[in-house]
Design a protein around this ligand. Structure first.
Ligand code: B4P
Length: 221
């Protein structure tokens, strides 16, 4: 046997082993992604492009909460004071919203969770909800952006958007504190499941999108 065909044989065996090892027949074949990162890291910006590429249902807890506030629903009224001061909305409120959104999309080929989970309790709840439906998370894409750049982006958006949480530097800093204290541990949760990919989140939007798609497309190989 030539050196080349010996090498190919080893590669095919490794591929076969991975397929057998990772194939769980009880789990449906879906792509379920989490876009993870601090406020202003570009989760919403990149989610818009990813849903188009992969035809996934977009679930942004930030957008859902802002819609509840606009509708002046009881849930929105509860969420508003937390969001206006840069704090996270209580877990049970957000988890209930996600559960309803999963139930209302029974035919989805997969989901992009944008801005969720933001606490370890939310991550555990998401695993339970998905397990009950025989789904699982495929990959967690963690956007890495420096703090000065985050502050710059958010205050910049605050000049044109009507988002009250983007206008005041004190509130932006509260959001970053909440992220460090409550959300960063979520990355370890998924790292332990070997699902975390760190993605450089600074640069042109298209460049970052290419980094994300490379991580998603390479996830099963
Ligand atoms: P979100 O709506 O999730 O908003 P975000 O984290 O501030 O923004 P994102 O990362 O999506 O930034 P974007 O792409 O828009 O949360 C808002 C609030 O809702 C939270 O503070 C919390 O109170 C509440 N909440 C939401 N989910 C929750 C949960 N699960 N549990 C509890 N509470 C929850 O980008 C920001 C700006 O940067 C934009 O202006 C964009 O144009 C710009 N930008 C993007 N990419 C760029 C790039 N590459 N270069 C330069 N600028 C870029």
């Amino acid at each position: 046997m030539s050196e080349y065909s010996g090498y190919s044989l080893i590669l095919s065996f490794t591929h076969f082993y991975k397929c057998v090892y990772f194939y769980r027949p009880e789990f449906k074949l879906m792509v379920n992604l989490i876009l993870f990162g601090p406020p202003g890291s570009g989760k919403g910006t990149q989610a818009e492009k990813l849903i188009e590429r992969y035809r996934l249902v977009h679930i942004s807890t930030g957008d859902l909460l802002r819609a509840e506030i606009a509708a002046q629903s009881p849930l929105g009224q509860e969420a508003k004071s937390f969001m206006d001061s840069g704090r996270l909305v209580p877990d049970e409120v957000v988890i209930g919203m996600i559960s309803a959104k999963l139930d209302s999309n029974p035919k989805a080929g997969g989901f992009i969770f944008d801005g969720f989970p933001r606490t370890t309790a939310q991550a555990e709840a998401l695993d339970k909800l998905l397990n009950a439906k025989k789904f699982s998370i495929t990959r967690v894409l963690s956007l890495q952006v420096s703090e000065p750049e985050l502050i710059k982006r958010l205050l910049n958006r605050g000049k044109t958007s009507n988002r009250s949480d983007d206008r005041d530097e004190g509130i932006v800093r509260n959001r970053l504190d909440e992220y460090r204290r409550k959300t960063m541990p979520v990355a370890d949760y998924y790292d332990r499941q070997r699902k975390l990919s760190d993605i450089e989140g600074e640069g042109r939007i298209e460049e970052i999108f290419n980094r994300l798609t490379a991580a998603i497309d390479g996830a099963g190989n």
